[in-house]
Design a protein around this ligand. Sequence first.
Ligand SMILES: Cc1ncc(COP(=O)(O)O)c(C=O)c1O
Length: 366
Amino acid sequence: MTSSRATGSEYMEWAKTCSQARFNLASSGVAELPLAELPVRLEDLELTGPSFYGYPPLQERLARKAGVDPGCVVAATGTSMANHLALAAFLEPGDQALVEEPTYGPLVDAASYLGAEVRRFPRRSESAFALDPREVEKALAPRTRLVVLSNLHNPSNALAEEESLRRVGEIARHAGARVLVDEVYLDALFERAPRSAFHLDPGCFVVTGSLTKAYGLSGLRCGWIIADPPSARRIWRLNDLFGSVPAHPAERLSIVALDHLAPIAARARRLLEANRKTLQRFFAARAELDAPPLEHGMIAFPRLRNGSVDELADLLRKKYETTVVPGRFFGRSDHFRISYGCLSETLAGGLERLGAGLDDLARQVG
Ligand SMILES: Cc1ncc(COP(=O)(O)O)c(C=O)c1O
């Protein structure tokens, strides 16, 4: 249980100040799509437009993508703002938020900042971090108003089974709580992506996502919340207290991206498939790492069998110009997170250096 209110995010501060490196295997997301590869014409852009409770042409496209009515869509600045808005909409100070553990730090920090009491339910490494509805049921308390989880799971990349999600929804609904699912990585399954949890029970599930990770479009900050229409309206009103109106050129660029999403996705998929094979070969050759097979997504969360991950991460950064995310940011100090959405040359160079760092560490330990 977290008691004092968060006033920032330790993980985000680290990510912004310490993760940049020549071989950055820390930042998640597919390598940025250059503007030159987005088929945008100057006449597609405008500085200001009728964006009040959403810019209608963008609302329509986001709704079509999610398979919902535009009244269910709240556009937001990345999944980050989408999460903040969704948490703010369903949590009053003193309410309990039941958040998966481990998870993406800012989810916990934002709930705490909003004055919620944060309880955790475990996703266990012994069961490959699978979502287990029984753990949710056990941890749920009378003041739990919101269950929070990510799918794909950050940091482990585990895909939640639809049946488990449905069951979590039933448990939450029975307790008068809602379920927030951060689906920012789900599109990285491309045509194999399961439908959004929202469709399992629109009165219970609220989901967030963005074009940032799976498509290499982080700079667009095109994010969304999908919720039942009354909740969506409430969230739009809340947004008046945060950003109010987004940058219209970004909305126009998001429309161009959404209209050309198939080739953008194909580029991302090719990159991830090639990189996944490279990383899988690396794991197979490194007995000191315990890593499940890579099937989808863009992150992996191996366990270091011996030695200190913090020392390894330090060595990589200082000696090898390479960064990974130390597991301590996820409460798992014997794991680290590798992102493999980067350019293939960056991954190859980073893995060569990670191998050298592991060899150095083995000599020290051994
Ligand atoms: C689970 C999760 N949610 C949200 C975000 C932030 O997404 P965005 O860049 O769209 O704001 C991240 C970024 O790493 C993430 O891992």
